[in-house]
Write a protein that binds this ligand. Sequence first.
Ligand code: PMP
Length: 436
Amino acid sequence: MSTLSASPTNADIVAGQREYLLPAMLHMYSEPLALVEGKGVRVRDADGKEYLDLFSGILTTSIGHAHPRIIERVTEQMNRLGHVSTLYATDVQVEAARRLAELAPGNLQRTFFTNSGTEAIETALMMACLHTGRSEIVALRMAYHGRSFMATNVTAHASWRPLATRVAGVHHAMSPYAYRCPFKQPCDETCAEKFAHDLEEVIVTSTNGQPAAFIAETIQGVGGYVVPPPGYFQRAAEIIRSYGGLLIVDEVQAGFGRTGRHWFGIEHYGVLPDIMVMAKGIAGGFPVGATITTDEIAASWRGKTISTFGGNPICMASMCATLEVMKEERVYARAEERGAQLREGLLALQADHPWIGDVRGMGLMQALEIVEDPTGKKPDAARTNALLEACRDEGLLLGQGGMWGHCVRIGPSLLVTEDEIAEGLEKLGKACGAVS
Ligand code: PMP
């Protein structure tokens, strides 16, 4: 049995992880990286090496590591009241929900808090079924919505669906994946209509014609930042509503200014969702999932429901501090500006390296799709792995995604500076050179 020494090394921590944690846990890199400290966009590993973190714990430390405002509010809250459960009302949970209602589009204003994106998705699906009295859900291929039994069933990546059995009533329509669009290259608004047509065909052919909801990420995150062609969401919303179903939008990755200009990804499309799901960056690194909806839909939930940790005062305090800082800093404007800088740098790298097949995303949510050659577009997971390892050697943390693990995902703190983006691009450029 291994025990950790007072200052464990990377190797000690990795050995402990291998002994005590579930082996199925996916980790970055062939040899896991043990992080022990973080401040802003810098993190340090157990051996003392520093990294520029442009993936922010999967787009979650949305205002950086150890933000002083979060530390201050969380500490104050811990000293005052640490836990009560949803059986009691707290000022801080009301404040968090009010802040969310102010930011959310349309008349979305009633929230149920949970501890993760997965639980918030479960809540949304249950809400849609309760409201419509129906039980069939349509989702998108290449979607990722979480790790529970139902969430893995609306997820559509074979590798993230460990149980081969499907939950009855879940159906998947084509992912509006512009880079691999089967209709036309380059993909445009005319393809949006065709992708939407496929959604309708799935409703007509694979459900009983009465879907409870269509659920989609505004940008498919785990799928490799797949941005639908213009017009897709408008048509998809019209179609699901014409069959009496609700539109559930998953903003777990794309929410809170990440995509630039707006607070939420869906606002780029001028579409109002019936239910919106948020998590990750909402509370700057504390576990909060939130499902927000209208008065009318919320009123359809007549059974009992609680969450022991949902709305936990300490997590709510962190969420309030995070949203306050996000508002003061106008993170949506910063994401637009820094995102443009990042994208320009990535396009310059693409010009030098033809194996970067696609540069895509919105705001501070940008990805590279790595292919064997730009014509055949065969996904190249081996080079993607090598590139991410080379970035690690350069002291840069980025994420991975895509159906075949062949995309590099970037999603830093929304407070990232111009210099930090420039530094990240320089490190990434060196890493690209190393694997060319
Ligand atoms: N939805 C999306 C779009 C996600 O990316 C994720 C997590 N990667 C989830 C839901 C599930 O969130 P969690 O891991 O907090 O359960």
